[in-house]
Ligand binder design. Structure first.
Ligand code: ADP
Length: 852
């Protein structure tokens, strides 16, 4: 039993392996052939039966036809005997012969027999013999007695037949009869003499034998045989071919070989009318034909079937190959797409491969589903944890209720904000109790609306909530419905907006700020139109001849546009008839407007003016009071040009004594003039210092100015053997300056440099350079003197600070005030040449001062 089971298992494996590794096209061919063969068998049987049936039908109709034809021919043959007998009886020879004859009824005379020679009552043989070939022709008297007999063949008719003849006399006719199994045809007619007296009967006898039967069928092209059959015994009496079908054969015996039809001789009824006419067609010939037709049909069918099998097998092979390839591609692609790593056979029956692959795929899907399920479960768990974490950590109160408002969940923030514990409210309290009475109706309406409309989620509103102790606070509330399978829950988010309210109030208060400000505050849009202006702006707007929603003056519109594009604040003072405003434009580029803050600085400016006036006076007092000291300075200042003049004058005098020409005297005289002019300038300046003259500014070429100063100092420079380098900047714009004062500053700086160099005793070098930098004219004066110590640096610009024995210490202080008067700056540092570097920077456009 076990062995059998194993065998069965092995066989199944083998079957699967065959299925598995046989390509589909081979299967296709095999099944194609098998199906073809089965079909062939079925069609062959059906076809053969059909052909047989057709042949049987054909044979039957053929047989009937033949039988009818044969019988008709037989009839014709019989009729020719009837015709012949009538011809013979009507012939005059018979009438003439009978005319003198008279047969006595009881006459016992032997009949007259003709054997060799025909009786003379017959016409010439050629007149009737071609029509019939009887064996006997007899003349019978009216009593039925045979009187004369013409024997055409030497056969003796049986007595029984002869005795029967008498019975036909009454009604002469043609009959068939059989005597002892031998059929005879008897044709009789009335014999009359010339006077038409009935003399008797003329009878013609012929045996229906093979000769008769075959001659009756003459002219018929057929294989059919005819026979006369005894109807009672179904035995053949005579056939047209006795060699083939002999006497005494029964019809049953013939059935095997022949198709037989029997017909009765109805018209030839006589004493013995139980005879039948049989027509037989040999079956063999039919069968042969049928066989050859079936064979032909089968051959043709085979050719057609073979063609079909070949065609369809090829087609099927082609289709299955295509299908195979498509399936292969499909499984390859799917494997790649699904990333199946398990090996899958690539050749053989692709249907099996696909089945294998499908199994793997289903496994994969099952695994994936399992994986998804577990992932889904963990996700749900995570989500639940996350939800409760969110609920717990939410800064908002989150309250979940049933559809009638009963609280079922209350998060920690809610506990804190509403001052209830979770146990107190859950299943106990309706959510509306958390709302202050004045907001309750509104809340209930909102809740009802949320319940009515299924998609009415996230309804947001602001209301007043109420804590357990009855205290209130503003909240923003959002309601969200949660559609569960069999009920609807609602989640309420309460967001405490006390802080927001406070901020809003603050913002509102702040918004009122500008309007309450005593200083003008305006908001200008990018087109320069005043969008907002507080009350304090009225005088300023009146000065500009503008107003709210009106344009600023052109100059300010330009400033507004500049401030917006640069993003930088711009500050400037404006003097109206009664006040001075310091105006600041503060751009807010992202909103494309500029805030204008103005400050009334009239008081400040007046105070400054006053202070400046005081300072000038102070300086003046200072200067006047230190006049005594200044006298020394004056002497020092004037000493230089004066001693130069003396030197040049002495030189000129010497040249004159030597008798020099006028041209030789020209140079010292020019120098004298220059030095004298300088002295006059110094005096003028000093007077200016003392007099506090009003300053006049003019457009000055700075390079030109420095050259002028250098020419003043030419004598001193040469005397001190200094190397002075002037690096004049190109393309410097003219600048409005108080020329005399600034010249004085440069003069002072150069002189300090010369003093410093002289004190150190080095080979002096001074470099002056000018340049234009950031809207400022910059003048640098560098020397290679000892430089300035740290301590000195701190006090350098203070009045009366000096390290020199003869110094007044006013030079730098005055220089600084002059430069600051020009809105410029003076700055000292240690320079590249090793000594001090003084840097003057003068703005091209002085801010506060109008150009005169
Ligand atoms: P005075 O020249 O009368 O001393 P200043 O105010 O012109 O007064 O100069 C103040 C002091 O600054 C000088 O005494 C000197 O010590 C110092 N000082 C000015 N210029 C230079 C310089 N180029 N190098 C070194 N020290 C200088």
């Amino acid at each position: 039993m076990k062995l059998l089971h194993m065998l069965n298992e092995k066989l199944r494996q083998l079957g699967r392996a065959i299925l598995r590794y046989t390509p589909m096209s081979l299967f296709a061919a095999f099944f194609g052939l098998l199906a073809g063969y089965a079909l062939w068998e079925v069609i062959d049987t059906v076809q053969k039966d059909a052909v047989n049936k057709i042949y049987d039908e054909q044979l039957q109709s053929n047989l009937d036809q033949r039988a009818r034809e044969a019988l008709i021919h037989f009839d014709h043959s019989v009729q020719s005997y009837e015709t012949t007998i009538r011809l013979l009886s009507n012939h005059r020879k018979l009438a003439n012969y009978l005319n003198p004859v008279y047969w006595f009824p009881d006459d016992q005379e032997p009949r007259l027999l003709y054997t060799d020679k025909q009786p003379n009552w017959l016409p010439e043989p050629e007149r009737w013999k071609p029509l019939a070939s009887p064996t006997h022709i007899m003349l019978l008297d009216t009593q039925g007695q045979i009187r004369e007999e013409y024997r055409l063949q030497q056969t003796v008719l049986p007595e029984e037949l002869l005795s029967q003849l008498a019975s036909y006399i009454s009604s002469p006719q043609t009959i068939l009869t059989d005597i002892d199994g031998e059929p005879y045809l008897l044709a009789a007619t009335v014999a009359e003499d010339a006077a038409y007296n009935i003399m008797g009967t003329l009878v013609m006898v012929v045996p229906v034998d093979a000769t008769f039967l075959s001659s009756a069928q003459r002219g018929l092209v057929t294989e059919a045989l005819t026979a006369v059959v005894d109807g009672a015994t179904q035995v053949i009496l005579n056939s047209s071919d006795p060699e083939v079908i002999g006497k005494g054969v029964t019809l049953d015996q013939l059935d095997k070989k022949y198709a037989v039809t029997t017909q009765s001789f109805a018209e030839y009824g006589g004493a013995n009318s139980n005879l039948l006419f049989a027509t037989m067609i040999p079956k063999a010939s039919v069968r042969e034909l049928r066989r050859s037709v079936i064979a032909l049909e089968r051959r043709q069918r085979a050719i057609v079937a073979f063609s079909f099998i070949i065609f369809f097998s090829l087609l099927f092979m082609l289709v299955s190959n295509r299908l195979s390839r498509a399936l292969k591609r499909l499984s390859d692609f799917s494997q790649r797409a699904l990333g199946i790593s398990q090996p899958v056979a690539r050749s053989g029956n692709q249907l099996m491969v696909l089945e294998e692959w499908m199994k793997q795929f289903i496994n994969l899907v099952r695994e994936a589903r399992e994986d998804m399920r577990s992932r889904h479960e963990s996700e749900i768990l995570e989500k639940e944890a996350l939800t409760s974490a969110i609920m717990d950590a939410s800064v908002d109160s989150i309250i979940t209720t049933t559809s009638d408002g009963t609280i079922i969940d209350f998060n920690p923030t809610a506990e804190e904000e509403f001052d209830y514990s979770e146990d107190e409210v859950v299943d106990n309290l309706s959510v509306e109790r958390l709302i202050a009475p004045e907001s309750r109706i509104y809340f209930l309406n909102l809740f009802a609306e949320c319940q009515r409309a299924k998609d009415f989620n996230d309804a947001r509103s602001e209301l007043v909530a109420q804590r357990s102790d009855g205290s209130r606070f503003p909240v923003e509330i959002a309601i969200q419905s949660i559609q569960l399978r069999d009920e609807v829950l609602f989640t309420f988010y309460f967001h405490d907006i006390s802080e927001r309210r406070r901020q809003e109030n603050e913002i509102r208060a702040l918004a009122a700020f500008p309007s309450e400000s005593p200083s003008p505050i305006l908001r200008i849009d990018k087109q320069g139109i005043i969008q907002y202006a507080n009350q304090a702006s009225e005088p300023l707007m009146a000065f500009w001849h503008s107003g709210r929603m009106q344009e600023l003056p052109l100059e300010w519109r330009i400033r507004v546009a500049e401030a917006l594009s640069s993003g930088e604040d711009f500050e400037r003072e404006v003097k109206t008839e009664d006040a001075v405003y310091s105006i600041m434009l503060s751009p807010i580029p992202e909103l494309e407007y500029v805030n204008l803050y103005a400050r009334d600085v009239t008081e400040t400016r007046l105070a400054e003016e006053e202070a400046r006036r005081h300072q000038n006076e102070l300086i003046h007092v200072c200067r006047v009071s230190s006049m005594g000291e200044m006298a020394t300075g004056l002497a020092h200042e004037l000493n230089q040009p004066l001693s130069a003049i003396i030197n040049y004058a002495n030189g000129a005098k010497r040249r004159f004594v030597r008798g020099a020409s006028g041209e030789e005297l020209l140079e010292p005289l020019e120098n004298i003039t220059a030095q004298a002019t300088r002295a006059a300038q110094i005096i003028k300046w000093l007077r200016g210092l003392v007099e506090r003259q009003s300053r006049v500014r003019q457009s000055v070429d700075v390079n030109e100015m420095i050259r002028e100063v250098l020419s003043f100092m030419d004598f001193e420079i040469r005397k001190a053997r200094l190397d002075v380098e002037f690096d004049a900047g190109s393309d410097l714009p003219p600048i409005p300056l108080d020329l005399v004062q600034v010249e004085q500053v440069i003069l002072n700086l150069l002189r300090n440099a010369i003093d410093a160099i002289a004190a150190s005793g080095v080979e002096g070098k001074i470099r002056i350079s000018t340049r234009f930098e950031n809207d400022n004219l910059v003048i640098l004066i560098e020397d290679n003197g000892p430089g300035i110590s740290e301590q000195a640096m701190e006090h350098l610009f203070e009045p009366f600070f000096s390290t020199k024995t003869t110094g007044m210490g006013m030079g730098l202080a005055i220089s600084q005030s002059i430069i600051e008067e020009h809105d410029g700056r003076i700055h000292v540092s240690s320079g590249e040449l090793g000594g001090a570097t003084f840097r003057l920077s003068l703005p091209l456009l002085a801010r506060n001062k109008q150009i005169a």
